[in-house]
Design a protein around this ligand. Sequence first.
Ligand code: FAD
Ligand code: PHB
Length: 397
Amino acid sequence: MSRRGHSMRSTKVAIVGAGPSGLLLSQLLGREGIDSVVLEKESREHVQERIRAGLLEWTTVELLREAGVGARMMREGLVHEGFDVAFANGHRRIDLKGLTGKSMLVYGQNELQKDLAAARCDDAGAVLWEARDVTLEDFDTRAPRVSYTHEGTRSELRCEFLAGCDGYHGVSRSSVPRERLAQYERVYPFGWLGLLADVPPPHEELVYANHERGFALCSMRSRGRSRYYLQCPLEDTVEEWPDSRFWGELRLRLPESYARQLLTGPSLEKSIVPLRSLVTEPMQFGRLFLVGDAAHIVPPTGAKGLNLAAADVWVLSRALVEFYRKGSATLLEEYSARALSRVWKATRFSWWFTLLMHRFSADPFTQRLQSAELEYLASSDAASRTLAENYVGLSFD
Ligand code: FAD
Ligand code: PHB
């Protein structure tokens, strides 16, 4: 049915946002024969070029394989069995595999976006890129609607369920009346300055460094491409950080053994992100479900953001499959509680690891407590195991 200048379409699940949450949900539903349409405000190229997370928990890896998008990831991803915590010019290896039996996979979020988009775009019309001015309506009824502008035409998508996968700045969370949700938030008094360069990393595993000048992280995307982060004041701009200043500062914050190995090169990308914790409760409002960053944000220190998003998708996709297969809404009603139980544990871990690794205050008492905790971590298998267990991701219940 359509009028001039206005078109209408219907689907079972309307998904707002084509980040990892939206595309993965659409892909998992598609494999179960459940029709969905993804509305994304940016272009496909823009989404695929955004440099964000880089570390996948094994549960996320398994989920991506189950979704049929794991082939390139398994060929090109790097398996990491441990990482280093550096402080006081020394370092301690956290043996993830030895302590938990689990490993992590280094695979860039933008590569994952390419794999997911390629899989979804086989299904013509499943993703509408550059869908602007999305508005959500009637999500308290059995017939929610989404209006949007695509290729100059204002259109309407009728659906049975709505998934808000549109990230922290999206329209889904803000469509819910303020009095129906609680938001728990912490804003940290610094940001992360990230730099990507085609140079080999100084060490084959990730290095998280606590230093009196501030936190530093050596990560990677491949054996020849490194990703580095420096704690920086929130008011700093990228222009104040020419490459030479970045490399000089990074060298100062790493233990000498790694600083000596550091190879520098021109930056491919440089950006500053603020650090924040946010949890929205509940994550369901009638037939609208908030998923991933639309519902919660963690500081990147624990590498949990993308993995939490994948966990939400897993819980929601199972619930929708149960609804369409058996007509039961039990798992849908449990979505919020199940997702939040994991979200709060990851929020606690990300907050704790952020506190441990960053320079927060000049207060000597706080600083000595931090040093004592780092020494305890380095000398205690129990403390290392607790870190490792949370880092590799807690198991689903
Ligand atoms: P997103 O990836 O944010 O996807 C949401 C999508 O919705 C986007 O494509 C957006 O364009 C679209 N959208 C937004 N508003 C609308 C609208 N109104 N209509 C239609 N579409 C809309 N995590 C880590 O673990 N490590 C990191 O180093 C790290 N770095 C990050 C750097 C940045 C700049 C950001 C923003 C996040 C970072 N994260 C990191 C977090 C991680 O990338 C996210 O947790 C992950 O992307 C969550 O996926 P998502 O699909 O839920 O949300
Ligand atoms: C990254 O490679 O971007 C990365 C890795 C680990 C983190 C955060 C970011 O904790």
